[in-house]
Design a protein around this ligand. Structure first.
Ligand code: AP5
Length: 215
């Protein structure tokens, strides 16, 4: 069983790499961002609450996110292991995750940090387009869909995420530096941290992650 955690600044390529790694290692994806986007699309009570924070680039409160992840992990629906993506993002979440894993007697295999400079992220998020139906991710220059504005996977319309507008992106970066970046040290001290250069082409980043996991 391989249990991974993928970290990085907003737009670093966590979702892009997670999609490849899930396929390669046959892991179950647990993305708190995807869970919130699904809840928002359904207009569920959690979605309505999350929308207030996400559109402005703020974090959803820790207790809400911890409850969601605890619930998913407790279902034990990850026969080959899991890939946590976008969680934890605060020290409180990291401590809560430690307790969840301890209760389930599960260990993290590694924490992957996809490292990218801020100026690169701004270009990536300005050009990101996502499928309004299946969530597949594209970039107008680096990873365009075959037909402009249409998803290659399911044929639905591509849209720009509300939190990819510049003001929200800058706020997300500020919050990342303040609340999430300190977790790199937290996992380094536990001997779990692997760092890859996220500015390389997507396939190279993926290969470097696989190589490092194999070491
Ligand atoms: P979430 O969805 O987790 O957003 P994020 O961390 O900001 O990450 P992104 O999805 O923006 O980017 P990514 O790193 O996955 O990059 P991608 O692969 O798409 O969370 C959204 C919101 O939900 C949060 O802001 C928060 O409000 C809330 N939330 C979620 N989790 C929470 C938690 N734990 N606690 C509280 N609140 C929470 O790539 C970006 C673009 O770059 C794409 O266009 C892609 O095609 C392109 N690209 C990727 N890799 C490369 C490459 N190597 N070269 C060139 N282009 C590339």
């Amino acid at each position: 069983m391989i249990n991974l955690l993928i970290m990085g600044k907003p737009g670093a390529g966590k979702g892009t790499q997670a999609a490849r790694l899930l396929d390669y290692y046959k892991l179950t994806h647990i993305s708190t961002g995807d869970i919130y986007r699904e809840e928002m699309a359904k207009d569920s009570p959690i979605g309505i609450l999350a929308k207030k924070y996400i559109g402005q680039g703020e974090l959803v409160p820790d207790n809400v996110t911890n409850d969601i992840v605890r619930n998913v992990l407790n279902q034990k629906d990850y026969p080959n292991g899991f890939m946590l993506d976008g969680y934890p993002r605060t020290k409180t979440q990291a401590i809560a995750l430690d307790k969840m894993l301890e209760d389930l007697n599960i260990h993290l295999t590694a924490v992957i940090n996809v490292d990218v400079e801020d100026k690169v992220l701004l270009v990536r998020m300005a050009g990101r387009r996502v499928c309004s139906n299946c969530g597949a991710t594209y970039h107008i220059d680096f990873h365009p869909s075959a037909k402009e504005g249409i998803c290659d996977v399911c044929g639905s319309k591509l849209i720009q995420r509300e939190d990819d507008l510049e003001e929200s992106v800058l706020n997300r970066l500020r919050i990342y530096n303040e609340k999430t970046k300190p977790l790199l040290d937290y996992y380094k001290k536990k001997g779990l941290l692997l760092i890859v250069n996220g500015e390389d082409p997507t396939a190279t980043v993926f290969q470097n992650i696989v190589n490092k996991l194999g070491e």
